[in-house]
Design a protein around this ligand. Structure first.
Ligand code: SF4
Length: 212
């Protein structure tokens, strides 16, 4: 584990966010699945990282009620219904756009379902991120999202019609596209940890490059 990753894990812990390290995607997969009891209702924030390490396939095939709004053939109404139901799931699994060295979790959403579920509602939120998501601070996180993540994400969704311009130009023009994917920005700074309310977020940092 690098010094940078160790610092991140420590700062997440100080912010009352459980943080673990996995050397590989395979190890992270095992950790995530061990945290999800069978027969759980599991919400999903869409995540290339979770697809890459095999969590999505395992949840689809296993003994879970997996609320996947992006299952092929899902209607728009059903997509919205599954996103709403995920807000009160037993477990919500997702990736993230960026983790800052001082232990903050930074995300930008188009629809807002992912950031909403990360904030409050599910019994447990599990976030998996490759080391490529670690950045210096919130400014660097927001820059990374606009300059790298969003354009790549637009390209990953050829169904967005008309597509936001950054998909083609690779540059953010602060667009007003009907499919703008940078509508809702959420920065999680800390979690409650007191006699009444327990923290719900666990972050697993993987020592590999994953996702966008
Ligand atoms: S605001 Fe528009 S152009 Fe800028 S990154 Fe987001 S989707 Fe792309």
């Amino acid at each position: 584990m690098t010094h940078r990753t160790r610092q991140l894990l420590q700062r997440l812990g100080e912010n009352n966010i459980s943080a673990f390290y996995a050397d590989t995607g395979r190890e992270a997969f095992a950790m995530v699945m061990a945290m999800i009891p069978e027969r759980s209702v599991v919400g999903f924030g869409d995540s290339l990282t979770l697809r890459q390490i095999g969590v999505v396939e395992a949840l689809e095939d296993g003994d879970y009620t997996f609320l996947n709004p992006w299952r092929p053939g899902t209607s728009v109404d059903e997509n919205v219904r599954l996103k709403k139901r995920a807000l009160t799931a037993d477990v919500f699994v997702t990736g993230t756009n960026a983790l800052t060295l001082d232990g903050k979790i930074v995300n930008v959403d188009g629809h807002g379902n992912r950031v909403a579920a990360m904030l409050f509602g599910p019994g447990k939120v599990i976030i998996v991120a490759g080391v490529n998501k670690i950045v210096e601070n919130v400014d660097a996180a927001l820059r990374r999202i606009r300059e790298k993540t969003a354009p790549l994400n637009v390209r990953r969704h050829p169904d967005l019609d008309p597509a936001p311009p950054c998909g083609e130009t690779g540059v953010c023009s602060d667009c007003s596209s009907p499919w703008r994917i940078c509508n809702k920005t959420v920065i999680i700074e800390r979690e409650y940890s007191n006699s009444k309310y327990k923290p719900i977020i666990t972050v697993i940092v993987v020592g590999e490059e994953l996702g966008l």
